[in-house]
Design a protein around this ligand. Structure first.
Ligand code: HEC
Ligand code: HEC
Length: 304
């Protein structure tokens, strides 16, 4: 325990950085790091750190997870990669690890449970009504190669340094569902922004285990890696610009507007307001007890 507490600040920083989208400077990060520093003796942080270091650095501190079956880089995988690059990569990322428009398939529960395409094929053939996921008319051979490629990427991501399967899902199921529900609706204040039957309905289908815990603790980056931090800048001439925070330091404030155009100003020449909807989450980190987290996790995992 103490060993982890020593490096609490740097590990929390890594955890946060890992969750933030790569090309944005997230105001929440600095906040969280400061908070981590001031609360580094809190047991919650130890919990987060244990979970994240086990998952991210695969240091085998966590109880052994089931061995991951080897997936070979076969010809089908190579052919599937081609199909994937042509049809799927611009939403799900070149390595299936998620992109602007589509979720990370390497961490998907559906993919983890898929056997030879039985779960993946229906989604690809029919799309997902009401979402960006389109329906595809692909041959059986193309579909077979696609699923081989997706399973291969999931295997690579699980076994890589930084793979996410260091923690067994059952380790995260020691909490009490009823207590978690009470905390969610009461002391935790979660229902101020969420609903178990609304935005969080099915959350346990979208994330599993450690991924769900990380998502709950620090959802920076938004659902599909979208930058949620907004900034409004008013220039000396009284013109107002609004967009996603793209850069911020002592001297410069930058945003990306709705046309994806980057604008920046010297901070001393403008007035600006940064709003981070996820800040409430970061502010909660020092407040949770280990028990709160376990109970919340138990409860969230019932939202299928
Ligand atoms: C235009 C963007 C887009 C394209 C192109 C796209 N997807 Fe998706 N896909 C999505 C989105 C968004 C979701 C999440 C839908 C939801 O929330 O239910 C998704 C979901 C999925 C899922 C379900 C994941 C889960 O955990 O539920 C699979 C599997 C999948 N896509 C595979 C593919 C494959 C294979 C291709 C290429 C043949 C592809 N997608 C092309 C946007 C896209
Ligand atoms: C002040 C508003 C606010 C409060 C209070 C709040 N959240 Fe959130 N939460 C957000 C925002 C904003 C996001 C990111 C947007 C999103 O992904 O839906 C988010 C995301 C999440 C996600 C990930 C959702 C997803 O689909 O990826 C989970 C899980 C979550 N919150 C759980 C909780 C829990 C549990 C509590 C109470 C302990 C809580 N939140 C309290 C605003 C809040």
């Amino acid at each position: 325990m103490m060993k982890w507490t020593m490096s609490a600040v740097s590990l929390i920083a890594v955890l946060i950085a890992y969750n933030c989208s790569q090309n944005t400077v997230n105001a929440a990060s600095t906040n969280a790091i400061t908070q981590a520093a001031s609360a580094s003796h809190n047991s919650v942080l130890t919990h987060v750190i244990q979970a994240s270091s086990a998952g991210m650095f695969a240091q085998a501190k966590a109880p052994a997870a089931a061995p991951i079956p080897v997936v070979e880089n076969t010809d089908a995988v190579k052919a599937g990669s081609q199909v994937f690059q042509n049809n799927c990569a611009f939403c799900h990322g070149r390595d299936a690890a998620g992109g602007e428009e589509g979720p990370d398939l390497t961490r998907s529960k559906l993919v983890a449970e898929d056997k030879d395409g039985d779960k993946i094929f229906p989604v690809v053939r029919n799309g997902r009504a009401g979402t960006e996921m389109p329906a595809f008319n692909l041959s059986t051979a193309e579909l077979n190669n696609l699923q081989a490629f997706i399973h291969y990427r999931a295997y690579i991501s699980a076994t890589q340094k930084g793979g996410r399967r260091g923690v067994d899902v059952s380790d995260l199921q020691t909490g009490n569902v009823e207590a978690g529900k009470l905390y969610f609706e009461g002391a935790g204040g979660c229902t101020k922004c969420h609903s178990a039957t609304g935005d969080l309905a099915g959350i346990a289908k979208r994330y599993e285990g450690l991924a769900l815990e990380q998502r709950m603790l620090n959802p920076s980056g938004g659902k599909n890696g979208v930058n949620l931090v907004k900034v409004t800048v008013t220039t000396a001439a009284g013109k107002t610009f609004t967009g996603s925070l793209a850069y911020q330091d002592e001297f410069t404030i930058g945003l990306t507007d709705s046309d994806s155009t980057y604008h920046s100003w010297p901070t001393h020449l403008v007035k600006f307001t940064v709003t981070d909807p996820v800040k409430a989450h970061i502010d909660m980190l020092p407040k949770y007890s280990d028990e709160n987290i376990h109970d919340l996790m138990a409860y969230l995992q019932t939202l299928k």
